[in-house]
Design a protein. Structure first.
Length: 276
C-alpha cells in the first residue's frame, strides 16, 4: 500500500493545559490502513494496524503492507485492541466485547513471522482489556467498563466509573490498581478508555473511544485515582495510541473512517504526530 501523502503538515494542535504548560503535537505523516479500526503498535521499522480479528504490518516509511495476520470469524480471537511492541513481539489487549460477562486476555504474536505464539488469560475480571504496555519492568493493562447499555437486559456494560488501570509484575501477578478521574470520564460519554502508552517523559498517556485528544497522566502520591496533568489535542478519533520508542517524541494513532466515508471509498488511517 502506498503512502497517501502527508496531510495537515502545518497543523499544530495546541494544548489545553491544566497546569499552564504548553505542549503540542504536529502531524508528520498519514497512511491508509484498512486494519486501523481498533488500535496501533509500532517498532523500529514497522507499524501494526489492529482490527478486531486482524493485524496488518506496514513499512513505516512507505506505508506498504508487508504482512498480515487474520483470525477466523468464529475463532477465539474476538475483539483485539491496542498493541505494544516489546522485544520482537506484538502484545495485544483482547476481550470478548460486547458479550457478557466480560472476559479478557493478552495475546502475543511474533512480529517477524506474524504467528500467534502466546496467551495470558484474565478470565472474568475487572472488565474488558483495551491496552497493554511494559514500563519500569511492570506490565500495565487497562480494563474498560462502559455506560453503553450492552449489559444484561439493557443495563450499562460495567459502568465506566469502574474502568481500572492495573499494574502487574513481569509474571502477571496483580500488584496495584487505579481508577480514572472524573475529568477524563466525563469526556468519554458512555464509552471508556481505549488506548494507553507510557511516554518518553515518564507520564502515562491515555485516549478515549472517540475524542481527538490524549490525556497526560501520572500516578497519585495518595489515594487510588490517576491524576490528569494535561489534555492534549491530537488528530485521532480516539482508540489505540502508541509512542514510537525508536523515535522519541513520535506518537501513532488512528482515524476510523465513518460509515459515510467508507461509502465514498475512504478507509481507516494511521496518523503519525511529533511532540513539539
Amino acid at each position: 500500500m502506498k503512502k497517501t501523502g502527508i496531510l495537515f503538515l502545518s497543523a499544530v494542535f495546541a494544548l489545553s493545559s491544566l497546569t499552564g504548560a504548553a505542549a503540542e503535537f504536529k502531524q508528520i505523516a498519514e497512511f491508509n490502513a484498512p486494519e486501523a479500526n481498533q488500535g496501533i503498535g509500532v517498532d523500529g521499522k514497522y507499524f501494526y494496524a489492529i482490527d478486531n480479528q486482524k493485524i496488518g504490518k506496514y513499512d513505516k516509511n512507505t506505508g506498504e503492507l508487508v504482512a498480515k495476520w487474520e483470525g477466523p470469524k468464529d475463532g477465539p480471537i474476538i475483539h483485539l485492541d491496542s498493541a505494544a511492541l516489546i522485544d520482537g513481539k506484538i502484545y495485544c489487549a483482547h476481550s470478548n466485547w460486547n458479550e457478557w460477562p466480560m472476559a479478557s486476555s493478552i495475546e502475543v504474536w511474533d512480529a517477524d513471522t506474524m504467528e500467534h505464539v502466546a496467551n495470558h488469560s484474565f478470565g472474568i475480571h475487572w472488565g474488558s482489556a483495551t491496552w497493554v504496555d511494559l514500563h519500569d519492568g511492570f506490565w500495565w493493562v487497562a480494563f474498560a467498563n462502559y455506560d453503553k447499555p450492552y449489559g444484561p437486559e439493557g443495563t450499562p456494560y460495567g459502568h465506566k466509573v469502574c474502568t481500572t488501570v492495573v499494574k502487574f509484575s513481569e509474571n502477571w501477578q496483580w500488584l496495584e490498581a487505579w481508577t480514572l478521574p472524573k475529568a477524563i470520564l466525563e469526556r468519554l460519554e458512555d464509552m471508556s478508555n481505549s488506548g494507553g502508552s507510557w511516554g518518553p517523559d515518564g507520564f502515562l498517556y491515555l485516549s478515549g473511544h472517540d475524542p481527538a485528544e490524549v490525556y497526560k497522566c501520572k500516578l497519585p502520591s495518595m489515594g487510588s485515582v490517576i491524576e490528569l496533568v494535561e489534555i492534549i489535542p491530537l488528530n485521532i478519533r480516539g482508540q489505540g495510541i502508541a509512542w514510537d520508542r525508536s523515535d522519541p517524541g513520535v506518537i501513532y494513532g488512528i482515524i476510523r473512517a465513518t460509515k459515510d466515508e467508507k461509502a465514498q471509498g475512504i478507509t481507516h488511517k494511521v496518523i503519525v504526530s511529533k511532540e513539539q
